[in-house]
Write a protein that binds this ligand. Structure first.
Ligand SMILES: [Zn+2]
Length: 296
């Protein structure tokens, strides 16, 4: 006999398996760059230019359009020493180790804080004993991608937050959040990366002002919906002016992961895309730079 908990787990696994089946083996191969030789065409199409020179989100026409999607959108920013990091963390440092001309090969030694660039927050980032990034099951890293746009509000109010009403409005238009969804807040903040001070948007007293996810929304998403993770196109899941980390605690405390500084969401449809999260895998990771893609 199975306990209700076991049954729930089995049902969840089955619904995810059905979802993953829809993504399709050919699509997965293309996403991971493992399409067989001969399958690749060379049709590449540049995406709409993005103002931020540190971002290279490009939508490419997939060489294999039979897997249920035809475009791959890069959701990760290029990390540079100038990329804004949350106060207290250090920026990327690159030390050259070898050059082709002198050594016959090129290699660097790289140092960065885990919470640099487009990166994952694993549950362990805020929860003692929580899962570290390398322990997250791989099937949590491929998920239906829900993009909720608050750009209009954020343009007029840097303290704008993704509210429960925003989630309900998305559902009224597109239907219930899919099981096992990854929900991303799109505020349009990445256009400010050309001028990092505007990305932090500190006031005279040093308080930051950028959009984030309201803690009530986090509670709704982990308590009454079935999500694998939550992403934002700003520095933090909690909005800049927050004095505590309530959204982090609600999301990571429920065993879900976060993605911060997500790029390229303007090109992704609100409903119907799939996210592939290439999360960090070093031992004991509280998080780390992440290469993520939207397939649609
Ligand atoms: Zn982080």
């Amino acid at each position: 006999m199975c306990s209700p908990r076991v049954m729930a787990t089995v049902q969840e696994a089955m619904s995810r398996r059905r979802f993953l089946g829809r993504v399709g083996a050919a699509g997965a191969a293309a996403a991971l760059g493992t399409a067989p030789p001969g399958a690749a065409g060379s049709a590449q199409e540049a995406a709409t230019p993005v103002a931020n020179p540190m971002a290279t989100p490009q939508a490419l026409a997939s060489p294999v359009a039979t897997g249920g999607f035809s475009r791959v959108q890069d959701l990760s920013h290029v990390i540079t020493p100038a990329f804004p990091v949350f106060p207290g963390f250090r920026s990327l440092q690159v030390t050259n180790q070898a050059a082709v001309e002198a050594d016959g090969f090129y290699a660097n030694d790289v140092a960065f804080a885990e919470h640099t660039g487009t990166h994952m927050d694993a549950p362990a980032h805020f929860v003692a004993g929580g899962a570290t990034a390398e322990r997250l099951p791989a099937d949590r890293l491929v998920a239906p991608l829900v993009v909720i746009d608050i750009g209009e509000r954020a343009a007029g109010d840097p303290d704008a937050q993704l509210t429960p009403d925003d989630v309900l409005a998305w559902e009224a238009r597109y239907g219930p959040l899919p099981a096992g969804a990854f929900v991303a807040m799109h505020s349009g903040w990445e256009t400010r990366l050309v001028e990092p001070a505007r990305y932090f948007n500190a006031d005279a007293a040093g308080a930051l002002h950028f959009p984030g996810v309201h803690p009530d929304t986090a509670t709704l998403l982990v308590g009454e919906r079935d999500i694998v993770g939550l992403g934002v196109d700003t520095l933090s899941l909690d909005f800049g002016a927050a004095t505590s980390f309530d959204t982090h605690l609600a999301v990571l405390g429920a065993g879900k992961y976060g993605l911060e500084n997500v790029a390229g969401l303007a090109a992704v449809p609100p409903s119907g895309a799939t996210i592939v999260v290439g999360g960090p895998k070093h031992e004991g990771a509280s998080g780390g730079p992440t290469r993520a893609f939207a397939l649609f």
